[in-house]
Design a protein around this ligand. Sequence first.
Ligand SMILES: [Cu+2]
Length: 150
Amino acid sequence: MRRLLAISFAALALTACQPKGAEKPVVEDAWVRLPAVAGRPAAGYFVVKGARADDRLLRIDSAVVNKIELHEEVMNGGVMTMRQMADVPLPKGADVSFAPGGKHAMLFGVDARITPGTAIPMLFTFQSGARIEAEAKTVAAGDDMEHMHP
Ligand SMILES: [Cu+2]
């Protein structure tokens, strides 16, 4: 009897430990800070939520941007510099933040029709084959998105 109980508890525990998380990664809170000077690159920020399995963010594309690179700010001899990342690991169930001072998307050649308030459609492609569409809100240079969320 005791053994049976133990087995049913094990079964219960197994049920509770079903893989958590969504089938595909999720992209949230995407926003882009437009450059102060036209023609300069813009910076994109967002949070990527990992799905049930480890994955990698491979690329981001947009119909209104020539080229989007994945960047990371790193300290190099006391100077903050940016380096390009080939891809970004996305561990299962983890939140990976792209935020000012850290990882970000660098948008080169943003369409001149994009002004603060115009959404930028983005397509995120993952190693798993998942492709996620997200709309990034745009803010003017110097505007901080945090201030728009009380
Ligand atoms: Cu950059």
